[in-house]
Design a protein around this ligand. Structure first.
Ligand SMILES: [Fe+2]
Ligand SMILES: [Fe+2]
Length: 477
């Protein structure tokens, strides 16, 4: 196991003090990061004590420490999973060769772009979520929001470490730019679409952590296969933290569904107007928010047919999730049978498998999302209610790839632009829906035993603490 130094300015298990130049570069970046955190991180809670998990090692048993901490003083560290002895490239044209400890010149630009793109999502989500604390349903949820936020900050550190260690002056410039782009900014936006979308209410937050953080999981799984070993080791450890983010989303939506289902059963009502009057979120609104965040997240996987994806796979930069499950690792002379739009209808096309790698990863993502949706639906079943949530067809509401310039309804049927315009308020959150959801979330209650009416309490608290534990100690209280 690599030794961990937690008493240095930057906690790390990469022996940072042995590389003075790198250490100085990262220590110079650190105050800029903290400035960014103070201005773009959670608004209104920077002086409070939050019960947070901090990564302190990469061992599977005791990797994290839980205690109260003020967020600007959080110990963001650099942790790489332990190296695998004699690790070999597991796929593509360089299969079987030793993995790379340095960046090969011919892959420098592409690898840097992959790392910058991943890194950019981390601060973006913190920016998207910065006002949510002010309307939290409970301090339990408030703490989970901040846990996700500080760990996205650590994921930024993880990517910045790679940029500064392996990409020289270009890497240092890119590390600075990661603190300069802003989510949703017209002139200097974040790189990927979903990370510029407003996330202004807790229903969106839970959908985001379920659907968009789950894209993160699959991107990290694909990068964990990378021939560039430091990237593989970094992303493997990030996945440990990512699991909690998706837990927050999955259980968050589950609790909303439970509360809605309970109210529907108790009052024998299913009309949205009646449920809204009772202060819970009706099923059609839940479905619309699901439709929005699921489809924004589908776009993050990139085009269905992609020569970039093919060359990433060929060269070993990015593999398939859990590549060792496959029998063949070359992906040559194999085809992916894909639906392709042509002249207003859908035809089948045999796409060389390497060019379909984005779609292969998207397939796994869809399957993983479905598992969560099934779980939510069991909460309706448990109350004897016939309603169900569903994942819309992947042709619906797409802005990247083959369907970017087409219109389709949630069942995947292609539509004219007019028919789309006429139908879209039934499929995606309308201004009225958004206003309703926000109206439920106008203020926060910081009493540890308080829970907003629109969401059920969680089954259990954090790290053995009760649900009504004081997860946040307000500075002025
Ligand atoms: Fe992340
Ligand atoms: Fe995350």
């Amino acid at each position: 196991m690599s030794s961990v130094l937690n008493d240095e300015r930057i906690p790390n298990n990469v022996n940072l003090s042995s590389d003075k130049k790198l250490q100085r570069a990262l220590e110079a970046w650190q105050p800029n990061f903290v400035d960014w955190w103070k201005s773009m991180g959670p608004e209104g809670f920077q002086a409070d004590d939050i019960f947070l998990r901090t990564a302190v090692s990469v061992t599977s048993d005791g990797w994290a420490h839980f205690d109260y901490v003020r967020m600007p003083e959080y110990r963001w560290g650099i942790f790489l999973a332990d190296p695998v002895a004699d690790r070999r490239i597991g796929f593509g044209d360089n299969m079987g060769q030793p993995v790379w400890q340095q960046v090969p010149g011919e892959h420098r630009t592409t690898l840097q772009r992959l790392i910058v793109t991943q890194g950019d999502t981390e601060p973006a989500s913190v920016e998207q979520q910065r006002l949510l604390g002010l309307t939290c349903p409970s301090v339990y949820d408030l703490r989970n929001l901040f846990q996700v936020n500080v760990e996205e900050g650590r994921h930024l550190w993880a990517m910045v470490y790679l940029l500064q260690s392996y990409f020289g002056r270009d890497g240092r410039e890119q590390a600075d730019l990661l603190l300069q782009r802003r989510s949703g900014d017209a002139n200097n936006p974040r790189i990927l679409g979903a990370f510029n979308e407003p996330c202004e209410d807790w229903l969106s937050f839970f959908m985001f952590t379920f659907f968009t953080d789950r894209d993160g999981k699959f991107q990290l799984l694909a990068l964990a296969e990378s021939a560039f070993d430091p990237l593989s080791r970094t992303t493997r450890f990030m996945l440990t933290e990512e699991a909690h983010h998706m837990f927050v989303g999955e259980t968050g939506i589950l609790r909303v569904v439970e509360r809605t289902a309970e109210t529907m059963a108790e009052h024998k009502k299913d009309h949205p107007d009646d449920l809204r009057k009772l202060g819970v979120i009706d099923v059609s609104t839940l479905q619309k928010y699901l439709n929005l965040w699921y489809t924004l997240s589908l776009d993050l996987f990139g085009g269905e047919i992609s020569s970039n994806a093919a060359s990433f796979f060929a060269s070993g930069l990015k593999g398939r999730a859990k590549e060792d499950r496959y029998d063949d690792h070359s992906a040559l002379n194999q085809f992916y049978s894909m639906d392709v739009p042509k002249d207003g209808s859908i035809t089948k096309e045999e796409v060389p498998l390497r060019n379909a790698m984005n779609e292969v990863l998207r397939d796994e993502y869809v399957e993983d999302c479905q598992r969560g949706v099934d779980k939510w639906n069991r909460a309706f079943e448990a109350k004897g209610l016939p309603v169900r949530l569903t994942l819309p067809h992947r042709r619906f509401h797409r802005h990247v790839g083959l369907y970017a310039n087409t219109y389709a309804d949630p069942s995947g049927k292609l539509l004219t632009k007019e028919a789309w315009e006429a139908g879209k308020d039934a499929w995606l959150p309308s201004e009225k829906d958004k206003a309703f959801v926000k109206s439920l979330m106008t203020r926060a209650n910081f009493e540890p035993n308080a829970m907003a009416n629109w969401i059920a309490p969680p089954k259990q608290g954090i790290k053995g603490r009760p649900v009504d534990f004081q997860y946040v100690r307000r500075a002025e209280a």
